[in-house]
Write a protein that binds this ligand. Structure first.
Ligand code: NAD
Length: 481
């Protein structure tokens, strides 16, 4: 069944996925989907309301009665079926991410692939996870927490949905997903794909809609035991507050202002391109983007030259072009937000090394902007403290290793960090002093079994591997006398 219909070149989505079927929305409000690349109308989505959400929660609750008692093997089988179903549509999923979000195709492909792989990674973690532990007359089992509400952000839709769904399914939970309203087309393609996995009815439910309507209902509904959320700190705080009334378990994957520490023995010809890749990841719209580059004062001039030399490898352009490194921002609102931070940086006395305000020449129609590198940045400036969520890099000078570590940790966030240097022992020593959920050494890398999540305002809890599954489990002890 097709969820996306096409009329006059406009794609229309009017259905949610509830109890194993595509059903017409009860909510009647609609939202336009605007292409970030051309600025033109490309689709329209009908937004779900409280009633749609309650129907989805009720379906998930019915399904939990059986699925909550599933065996490890049954869950593993379902994860393999989900992987096969998603794998069959990788090209369509990538195309949707490029079209609706403006994700550059070279990165969108990787994101989609990580999402698809999440099902097999969760299966591996599940096989290795001890679900029962006994000693004497005591037996502890890890039980699924119940119906889970999964609320996601717009910058890597397929990855967030697959990752959360995989962990929840591995734990024996049933789910209601509230994708970002800016990801409706991408979600429709993904759910069409996952429908082919022939899941038990009600295990997977998806309601498109606004955060303060569909998301809020998930957060306050007593039949939802757990919320796994990816998004902003402001909404994360609200979920924690509002969820307290029904004692919600929460996993919050929030923002970042990640430091990249360039040590004084780093080889600049490798370290600077690597630092820029991390800064401009996903066109800068990445929670893990390395947006503060800490460099030794003694090498500042050489670093500036190396940045200018490396910039041609990061061209702005049509996201569908495989050569493009930086695409448009997801929306006009996001474009304006990044512009306001660039203005703020100038006002606060930082100096522009590359980029600046406005559209790059020839890209006036969509939400394109100039990748921007600020120098002479002090860590207490707004642009060094707040998450901009665009391709804006702050270069901050330091005098000693201790100062670099202090600056790196002088942030309300603690999601991700990087250390670049030739002496590996030293890089490890520095990495071990960073207050962040993940620290990479000498370049961006991933391990789907390693935990992902933040210290401080970057969130609560972890995703990925056994850590992600744990977040959907409750221990139960049975004691015999
Ligand atoms: P957002 O917080 O505005 O929205 C995220 C989701 O929450 C959306 O689906 C939205 O509809 C929903 N929502 C909004 N109000 C709600 C409410 N009252 N109750 C329940 N749900 C509600 O975030 P965004 O703009 O979509 O995403 C960007 C943010 O996400 C950035 O801060 C970024 O760092 C963060 N992010 C974090 C990670 C991570 O893994 N830590 C990954 C990607 C993005």
């Amino acid at each position: 069944m097709k969820t996306i219909t096409k009329r006059d070149g406009i794609k229309t989505i009017t259905k949610h996925y509830i109890d194993g079927a595509f059903v017409e929305s009860h909510g009647r409000e609609t939202m336009d989907i605007i292409s970030p690349t051309s600025g033109t109308l490309m689709g329209r989505v009908t937004l779900g309301d409280q009633e749609d959400t309650r129907r989805a929660i009720a379906a998930a609750k019915r399904a939990f009665a059986a699925y909550g008692r599933s065996t490890r093997d049954e869950r593993a089988q379902i994860l393999r079926r989900l992987h096969a179903a998603a794998s069959a549509r990788i090209d369509d999923l990538t195309a949707a991410m490029v079209e609706e979000y403006g994700g550059v195709v070279q990165f969108a492909g990787l994101i989609v692939q990580s999402g698809v792989n999440a099902f097999l990674a969760a299966e591996k973690a599940l096989q290795e996870l001890p679900l029962t532990h006994s000693w004497g007359k005591t037996t502890v089992t890890l039980e699924p927490v119940g119906v889970a509400g999964l609320i996601t952000a717009w910058n890597a839709n397929a990855l967030f949905i697959c990752l959360k769904l995989a962990s929840a399914v591995a734990a024996g939970c049933t789910v209601v997903i509230k994708p970002s309203e800016l990801s409706s087309l991408q979600t429709a393609v993904l759910i069409e794909a996952l429908h082919e996995a022939n899941l038990p009815k009600g295990l997977l439910n998806v309601v498109s809609g606004l955060g303060n309507v569909v998301g809020a209902e998930l957060v306050r509904n007593p039949d939802v035991a757990k919320i796994s959320f990816t998004g902003s700190v402001a909404v994360g705080e609200k979920i924690m507050r509002d969820g307290a009334e029904t004692m919600k378990r929460v996993t919050l994957e929030l923002g970042g202002k990640s430091p990249t520490i360039l040590l004084d023995d780093a080889a600049l010809d490798q370290a600077i391109p690597s630092a820029l890749v991390m800064a401009f990841l996903n066109s800068g719209q990445a929670c893990a983007a390395g947006t503060r580059l800490l460099v030794p004062q003694s090498r500042l001039d050489a670093v500036k030259r190396a940045i200018v030399d490396a910039m041609p490898a990061f061209p702005v352009g049509d996201p569908a072009d495989p050569k493009t490194a930086i695409g448009p921002m997801v929306s006009h609102k996001q474009y304006e937000r990044v512009q306001s931070y660039i203005r703020k940086g100038i006002e606060e006395g930082a100096e522009i090394l590359v980029g600046g305000e406005g559209h790059p020449e020839g890209f006036e129609a969509g939400c394109f902007l100039k990748p921007t590198v600020f120098i002479n940045v002090k860590n207490d400036m707004t642009i060094a403290q707040e998450e901009i969520f665009g391709p804006v890099l702050c270069v901050i000078a330091y005098d000693s290793e201790e100062e670099a570590i202090r600056i790196a940790n002088d942030s309300k966030y603690g999601l991700h960090a990087a250390v670049l240097g030739t002496d590996l022992q030293r890089a490890r020593r520095v990495a071990s002093q960073i207050r962040a959920g993940r620290v990479v050494i000498n370049g961006m890398t991933d391990d789907p079994q390693a935990p992902w999540g933040g210290f401080k305002y970057s969130g609560v809890g972890r995703e990925y591997g056994r850590y992600g599954i744990d977040a959907f489990l409750e221990p139960r002890a049975i004691l015999e006398s």
